[in-house]
Design a protein around this ligand. Structure first.
Ligand SMILES: [Ca+2]
Length: 199
């Protein structure tokens, strides 16, 4: 989970007026991570709206997640922050998972995430927690660690992702993904693969 300082910084960033066109990443995608949002504390100049939590330095948004540390503690290159910024928004992921569960019952996601994904993901901590883990985990190994997945379930999930990466939709069908959802599930998994989930 993100620290309080982490939330605070993200709030500041989100409510600074950011010319998103110049960003390599879309920070609005972090919106789903924010439990509550306040619009106060804009201590930094609008052109350098990101306040490093450690040293209080203000840096330009273009230096976030650009591969070189600009905060003295390297906070602007925080792995979870930078991974989440590339991923689909948490709320979008959560609502997609929720829609699959609503359509096909509380154990449907066992097909992807294995035996702990029953009861609407309750043993994994719930839909929101899984969505956040998908957003923040840089790789599938990190995801497995975050949710304490069993090795066999993790290897199953990896094989699903690898099938998608190789364009093998037969694999998704074989585990019971309905034809009507094949496209959406593939799109969902591809977005993760394309942002380094299998690296
Ligand atoms: Ca940087």
């Amino acid at each position: 989970m993100m620290s309080k300082a982490h939330w605070f910084v993200l709030c500041n960033v989100l409510f600074a007026s950011i010319p998103t066109a110049v960003l390599g990443i879309d920070l609005s995608r972090l919106y789903g991570h924010l439990p509550q949002v306040s619009k106060r504390s804009e201590a930094c100049h609008p052109y350098e709206p990101f306040k490093c939590p450690g040293d209080g330095n203000c840096i330009s948004i273009q230096y976030l997640c650009d591969g070189a540390p600009d905060c003295s503690d390297g906070y602007d290159e925080d792995m979870r922050l930078c991974t989440a910024a590339k991923r689909p928004p948490v709320e979008e992921t959560a609502s997609f998972l929720q829609s699959l569960l609503a359509s096909h019952g509380p154990n449907y996601l066992e097909k992807l995430f294995g035996s702990k994904a029953r009861d609407a993901l309750a043993p994994l901590g719930g839909v929101e927690k899984v969505a956040i883990a998908l957003s923040e985990s840089q790789t599938i190994e990190d995801f497995g660690a975050a949710l304490h997945l069993m090795r066999s379930d993790l290897e199953h999930l990896r094989s699903v992702f690898m099938a998608v990466e190789n364009g093998d939709l037969g694999m998704l069908k074989s585990i019971g993904i309905k034809d009507s959802e094949l496209g959406d599930v593939k799109f969902f998994l591809e977005k993760l693969v394309n942002t380094g989930f299998l690296d």
